[in-house]
Each structure stands twice: as C-alpha cells, then as structure tokens.
Design a protein. Structure first.
Lengths: 194, 194
DNA sequence: ACCTGAACACCGTTCAAGT
DNA sequence: ACCTGAACACCGTTCAAGT
C-alpha cells in the first residue's frame, strides 16, 4: 500500500507558511506566553486551522526550534575550520549566544524549558553536537582546551549560557558569563590571544 | 492611629502553618505545577482559606523562597570563616547546589523563573550576596580567585548552576558544571588541593 | 479537503453564603 | 473573623457546521 504524496492545496500551503511566520515572530518576542488564538489571528486564520496544521502548541514550538538548531550547523562547521580549538570554542559559543539573544522562544528551546515537551529535538541538536565533539577532542589532546573536556560537557555549557540570556536579559550578563566560562575551558597551551 | 496587632485566632494560625507545610512539600516535589486546589486539599482546608492567607499563588512561592534563601545565610557565614577564599567558594557553591537539588520550587526561585513574580525576593538574597562579596574581594586580592572577579558575578554563577540542576536533573551534571566553573574562578595562587 | 468559531476542560482567583 | 465551594476568567484544544 504505497501512499502517494499529494501536493497540498494552494491555500493550505500558504496558510501553513503564514502560521509559521507568525509563530516565529511572536515566539521570538514573547516566548511561549503568546496564545494560540493570537498566533492564528496574526496569521489571518482561525484557531481551527492552526490546530489542523500543528496538533499542539508544543508541535509548533518544536518545528521552529528545529529550524533554529539547523542554523547552528554552518556556524559549527565554520568553527571547526579554525586551527586553534580554543579560538573555535570562543567564537562558536559567542556566536550562538548572539543568535539566541534576540529570540525568547529559542532561548527556551536551548534550555529545554520545562512544561514544554522537546521530544524529537535531539535529532536537530545532534549534528552540532558531533561537530563540537570533534573540536573539543582535538583541543583536549593538543592542550588548547582543558585536557579532560568532553563532548558531553557542551550541552551543559550551552544550556547554562542560555539560562543567563533568558533569566538575566538585557545587561549583557551573558558576555561576562561566557568570559568566566572560557577561563575554565582554556587549556595549558591555549593561544594567549583572547 | 496606632494599629494594635491582634493575635490571630488559633485555628487561623494553625491553618496558615498547615498551608505553608503543604506548599513547601508540594512545591519541592512538583515546582509550580501543583494547583492551588491541591495545596489547599493537602492542608485540609478550602481554596478560599488559602487565598485568604496568601493573596496569590506567587505570594506563596515568594514566602517559601524567602525561607530557603534565609537558610543560605549560615552557610555563607561558615564559608567566610575559612582562610582560603577559593576553598570557601568551592565549599559554598557545592553546599548550595546540594541544598537546591531536592527542591524544584527552590530551583525556580534561584533561577528567578519567568512567569512568576519574584519581587521582594532581592531582600532575602542580599545578606548572602554581601557575605559572598567579601569572600570574593578577599580572594581576588590575594590571588586565590580570579583577580577581576566581582560580587556581581555571583548571581550569574548561582543562577547558571541552578539552571543545570533544574534542566539537567538526576545525572549529577551540576557536579561537572561546578567543576568546570571552579576552573574558571581559580586564581593564580589558589591552593592546589581540589 | 479545508476553514471557522463556538464550546469544552483546566486552573488561578473571587465572592456570596454559612459558622 | 474566618471558612467553604460554586462560579468566573483565561487559554489550550476539540468539533459540528459551513465552503
């Protein structure tokens, strides 16, 4: 029983795009506090239509979080191309924070905020995790990074930075947090520059 | 117009204690997910009584969070008595984490969780902040801690540890996080022992 | 097929009625 | 004074009726 994929009706496809656009914008600004009614209205459709495309508010959050994590992949790849693994971590972590800073919904995704169900998000995080794992391994071996640093440490660090961004917004506290964190990641043979 | 403080009726006082007990227990286990109805039932009173004592769910969270922060004061005092400021920070941060680990509601208070209004909690945090400020100042000067470390850094660090406890529970990830953090706090003249 | 919005469920909060 | 629980408001979700 082969299931033939039918292209969706034109208006349906358009509505889906509009809903994602509205959700992206409103989640970015207000996190998960926005109501579904509000998102639907902002997209110019009824709530029923929203629920037809996304079975739950959480599914919508997931969809958009996945997009964001995918955006991290090229950043991680660029970091991996740098010779010094310490410099690569400095650059990547800062870049991730800067990206996360303007989007409350994504901050929640990075935290894995309770109350939401981020099931299925692991697959979106995995590629970045693998790339970073290679950077860390290389740095730990060369002495550019703390010798016992592991790929498993990365989620902890990323989440903790996200926490500062989310819970201490505005004042740029995450830059200070990153600075202190980097002092702890640095290995005995890290390049003296920043 | 002097307002004479009347002692509350015996049953009222008892109800208040029961409500706080119930809230302490249920917030610890489930965070702010517990319903007000549930707390009232657990205390053996009606919801109306709960709202008579605490005008809002948030007021109840605040009350209990204040208690918790007060418990940190003697810990901070004990830390201050240690000669080595680095050892003091190691001990105090670990102690705070261990205390926080078993209480979801308090984890939220440490984070300053969004959606709740932690107004008025600053006064409860302040005494600990002052003590820690003195430890940090002493350590930064002596070289036991990072020379540029400030009292203002403490809330960032504490919040970020709380984030790990809250968002990565169970596996003891906060111990690893603390270890990495301490590597960054350590000064050039820190005692070599742990 | 898809769209809509009134209706339902859930939980924080209020208030009229009781002691 | 204080206690109670039914009633209200709000928001996520469902579903009968319409195109």
């Amino acid at each position: 029983m082969s299931t033939i994929e039918r292209p969706p009706r034109a208006d349906a496809a358009r509505n889906r795009e509009r809903l994602l656009d509205a959700a992206r914008e409103l989640f970015a600004k207000h996190g998960d506090e926005v109501g579904m009614e509000e998102i639907a209205a902002h997209a110019g459709v009824g709530v029923g239509t929203l629920y037809r495309r996304f079975p739950t508010k959480n599914a919508l959050l997931n969809e958009i979080a996945r997009e964001h994590f995918a955006n991290f992949i090229p950043m991680a790849e660029e970091a991996e191309r740098m010779e010094d693994p310490y410099a690569a971590m400095v650059w990547l972590l800062r870049r991730m924070c800067e990206t996360t800073e303007g989007d409350v919904g994504f901050q929640m995704a990075m935290l894995g905020a309770k109350g939401c169900d981020w099931q299925g998000i692991e697959e979106a995080k995995a590629p970045v995790g693998e790339i970073v794992g290679r950077i860390i391994e290389r740095g730990a071996r060369s002495g550019a990074l703390r010798p016992d640093l592991t790929a498993d440490d990365f989620p902890i660090l990323a989440c903790s930075l996200a926490a500062t961004i989310y819970f201490h917004p505005g004042g740029g506290d995450w830059r200070r947090h990153l600075e202190l964190m980097l002092g702890g990641l640095r290995g005995p043979a890290a390049t003296p520059t920043a």
